[in-house]
Design a protein around this ligand. Structure first.
Ligand code: HEC
Length: 320
């Protein structure tokens, strides 16, 4: 293994960490009040195109010539929607303190891949499994950074977070693609725990998070050990055995395949679009709404536009 601990960011001390899962509860949730279709159209137009509806669109809705569904389709065919989608992912995959330091890094590559998959109505799981990338001109081209797995094999994704033994990368991966959040807290500087993976995986104070078969940091991190700190794949590196969501594998494409077919990815995807369109996380009371969206998304073959349309034409969206 030619991977070495990062020199630029030494660990200040061992960490002690507390577990938690993102809460969906919204204590202030009240029964939503329906709004008129024209108001809902305004909300939808602003969300999908950054502008209000035209007079002609309002007239078409009011006369019954076009339905909210048809207007949603037409908004999703505009150049403005292309920008909206790009911006959604640009804020999801921003440059980080680490990646900002890398000269010439293409920080928009993950956003272009995601935008393409959404706009072309491709299977959304390609985010984690695509064998192509999208060049600056928007064309599908072969990726060149080692084995390809959509966004997660890009140099930007692989350099945005790393940490010792790629544990920070793993902690971030959990937050990005699953609803599992583990919080790390700094231990005193004079703590002398052996911090190697073997030690943390057998230390009972640490193994709960570091060696869990579902989300263990030191089982997940080895999927990414063949990338250097600048996100470059090291072709002479032997992939290590790793495990995530109880499934074994080695290398980033194996991880992408495990996550893409998981309930965790489904939850994260539906929540991603919900948050973009509602401006908040889903409330625990919205479980039925969530399950309906999951069923539709799955039945559509993971088409993001179908999911977006189903959200913006729902009675929950057309409410305040
Ligand atoms: C509740 C879960 C949890 C427990 C328990 C836990 N950790 Fe962690 N640990 C994490 C997570 C999550 C990360 C990844 C950090 C991140 O998200 O950036 C991590 C990362 C680390 C890192 C790498 C930090 C770096 O900057 O590279 C060290 C070292 C570490 N833990 C030590 C320990 C030690 C020692 C123990 C036991 C005394 C322990 N951890 C117990 C969740 C946990």
């Amino acid at each position: 293994m030619n991977w070495k601990p990062k020199k630029r960011y030494p660990i200040a001390g061992a960490l002690i960490c507390v577990a938690g899962f993102t809460a969906l509860a919204n204590p202030n949730a009240t029964e939503p009040e329906p709004i008129a279709d024209v108001l809902c159209l305004r909300k939808m137009a602003l969300d999908l195109t950054y502008r209000g509806p035209t007079d002609a669109e309002v007239a078409d809705l009011e006369s019954g010539t076009l339905s909210l569904e048809q207007l949603a389709d037409s908004y999703m065919a505009t150049p403005e929607f292309e920008q909206v989608v790009f911006d959604w992912y640009r804020s999801q995959f921003p440059p980080t303190e680490l990646s900002k330091e890398i000269d010439g890094l293409d920080v928009e590559e993950p956003s272009r891949i995601a935008q393409h998959i959404v706009l072309e109505d491709m299977d959304y799981r390609l985010l984690l499994t695509a064998d192509f990338t999208i060049d600056a001109a928007g064309a599908e081209v072969p990726a060149t950074n080692g084995p390809t797995a959509g966004i997660i094999s890009t140099k930007h994704y692989m350099s945005a977070f790393s940490g010792s033994y790629r544990r920070n990368w793993a902690g971030h991966f959990l937050k990005e693609w699953t609803p599992i959040v583990l919080q790390a807290v700094t231990l005193p500087d004079d703590d002398d725990t052996d911090l190697s993976p073997d030690s943390l995986m057998t230390n009972p104070n640490c193994s709960g998070c570091h060696a869990s078969e579902i989300y263990g940091i030191d089982y997940l991190a080895p999927f990414a050990l063949c990338y250097d700190d600048d996100g470059n794949y090291q072709s002479d590196c032997a992939e290590a055995e790793a495990k995530f969501l109880t499934k074994d594998g080695a290398g980033i494409p194996a991880l992408g395949a495990i996550v893409a077919d998981s309930n965790e990815f489904m939850a994260t995807s539906v929540n991603f679009f919900f948050k973009k369109l509602f401006g908040r996380s889903m409330a625990i009371e919205e479980q039925d709404f969530y399950l309906d969206r999951v069923a539709e998304f799955r039945d559509s073959g993971y088409k993001a536009k179908t999911l977006v349309k189903s959200i913006v034409t729902s009675k929950q969206y057309c409410a305040r």
